[in-house]
Ligand binder design. Structure first.
Ligand code: 5GP
Length: 178
């Protein structure tokens, strides 16, 4: 099992870049099918979703646009309920089809905040696409429409996901060695 060290923590290989590619393609295929003729706006959540969003967008074959929002909710390896908005939604979303693009949904708090903000802007429809979903950690009841991979409640790094700012550049995904 390949291991990497990120800061003081050790992680082991969990999801290969080939499996990642298949999962991203699956999400893109569903979006291509569901949003034909709807010119969706991808709203990617920084920082973690930047790699997933760029891979996903290149696999989307229908006309679409992208924009970015930024929140801070994670502290080290723990999700916190204290969510700060750093970059908000500045697009006119009225009548638009919006697809929120998130790297990982854990407790679901960050996504809930964004869904509430977007709802006020009267879009035609909002869907959520996340690369990884942790059902054991999820505390909310809204639906996640497109899921790349469903994973256990372990802290992961790589493919855009960091530990303390590092590890985002790993092409594969690694999980923490407990
Ligand atoms: P939530 O609000 O759903 O608890 O957390 C969402 C955010 O926490 C994600 O966008 C991501 O940035 C971060 N996060 C959640 N789980 C993990 C994880 O396993 N690894 C990393 N690196 N970040 C995570």
């Amino acid at each position: 099992m390949t291991k990497v060290q990120v800061r003081e923590l050790v992680f082991e290989k969990f999801i290969s870049r080939e499996e990642i590619d298949v999962a991203v393609q699956k999400v893109a295929d569903a979006i291509n099918r569901d949003f034909e003729g709807k010119n969706p706006l991808l709203l990617a959540i920084l920082n973690g979703a930047f790699i997933f969003a760029s891979d996903l967008m290149r696999k989307i074959t229908i006309p679409c646009e992208i924009s970015f929002v930024k929140f801070a909710s994670y502290s080290g390896t723990q999700s916190t309920s204290n969510i700060k908005e750093l970059i908000g939604v500045d697009e006119d979303l009225k009548g638009r089809y919006v697809i929120i693009v998130e790297d990982i949904v854990d407790t679901g708090l960050t996504m809930e905040k964004l869904l509430q903000d977007i709802d006020l802007k009267k879009p035609a429809g909002v869907k959520v696409a996340c690369f990884c979903f942790k059902p054991e950690a999820f505390q909310k009841d809204y639906s996640i429409d497109y899921i790349g991979l469903t994973i256990p409640n372990d802290f992961i790094v790589g493919y855009g996901l960091d530990y303390d700012g590092y590890g985002r550049n790993l092409p594969d995904i690694y999980k923490i060695v407990k």
